[in-house]
Write a protein that binds this ligand. Structure first.
Ligand code: CP
Ligand code: NVA
Length: 309
């Protein structure tokens, strides 16, 4: 049994194995319809329990389809209908019950400590479906999308992030270290990842560069990533924060600093950080990116349940 909480804690070779499996599985189901089960039904009889403490569209749907296509099933719990969130039942007791009823637990939480606390008491794998500090299933799937579209290892590409220094970026930073790719980060002054992340970057021989000028960050990029300026966990003065990011809007001018065939990725949902002319252009691969989450999360589930081919 393996947990999937942060990319930084997972060996690079395991992350690569997940991507290789996802590619094989995606290719082998080209003629299958959405609810048809993969050959061999590797997770037949298995139940994924999901719980969302925050809103979700893509993560919810893609994990639903992922376990279904592997022959298993899923149940989504509403935190407000459990005893846990009302303080009547501990994480320890909840975790023990989940372990008896299910085979894996996917949690989207508003508190990173909950993931660790659940991990301590679960005897089934836990998967992080987004926390305030990371979004690992999203970024691993995005690495898959980049390599699929660019037909090259991500280690040979220039990756740029323009926007807030948030959970999705933290996972992209971890991916940069694990997959050894160059990452330029363009964000306003005073927007830096947490000290924990900065120390993690320092400890490893890295290829990560910070810019307060979005045009410098975009220069020569093969891929530009972005995300909402205001995240679900953001307790900030929204108007003030948005004003700090005015210069960081991804528009045609900014894209022109990157390579001609540069693509845009954005995990969605979106705010106003990307101009519609770019978001809805051919360079934007955001819809394809969202769809790929099913394929990669299938291999994440197989990894967690020790069934990776
Ligand atoms: N990208 C992503 O995780 O989307 P949802 O919040 O809709 O799950
Ligand atoms: N950074 C965003 C990602 C949403 C998928 C958030 O945490 O709200």
């Amino acid at each position: 049994m393996k947990h999937f909480i942060n990319l930084s804690e997972i060996p690079a070779k395991d992350l690569r194995k997940i991507l290789i499996d996802a590619k094989k599985r995606k290719n082998s189901r080209k003629k299958l319809s959405i609810l048809e089960i993969d050959k061999g039904a590797p997770l037949k009889g298995k139940l994924l329990i999901q719980m969302f403490e925050k809103s979700s569209l893509r993560t919810r749907l893609s994990f639903y389809l992922a376990i279904k296509q592997l022959g298993g099933s899923t149940l989504t719990l509403r935190p407000d209908e459990l005893h846990l969130s009302k303080g009547g039942e501990s994480i320890e007791d909840t975790a023990k019950i989940l372990s008896n009823f299910g085979n894996a637990f996917m949690l989207r939480t508003d508190n990173d400590k909950k993931l660790e606390e659940f991990k301590k008491y679960l005897s089934i794998p836990i998967i992080n479906g987004l926390s305030p500090s990371s979004h690992p299933s999203q970024i691993l799937s995005d690495i898959f999308t980049v390599e699929e579209i660019k037909k090259r290892s991500i280690s040979k590409l220039n990756i740029t992030w323009i926007g807030d220094t948030n959970n999705v970026l933290n996972s992209l930073i971890a991916a940069s270290i694990k997959f050894s790719f160059k990452l330029k980060i363009g964000s306003p002054k005073n927007y830096q990842p947490s000290n924990k992340i900065m120390n993690y970057i320092k400890r490893t021989k890295n290829k990560i560069f910070f810019y307060n000028d979005p045009f410098k960050a975009a220069e020569d990029a093969d891929v530009i990533f972005s995300d909402k300026v205001i995240s679900m966990n953001d307790k900030v003065n929204i108007k003030k924060k948005l004003s700090h990011f005015k210069k960081f809007k991804i528009n045609k001018k900014l894209m022109s600093y990157s390579k001609n065939n540069c693509i845009l990725l954005h995990c969605l949902p979106r705010g106003t950080e990307v101009d519609d002319k770019v978001f809805l252009s051919k360079q934007s691969k955001v819809w394809h990116q969202a769809q790929n989450r099913v394929h990669v999360q299938k291999s994440i589930l197989l990894y967690c349940l020790e069934k990776l081919r």
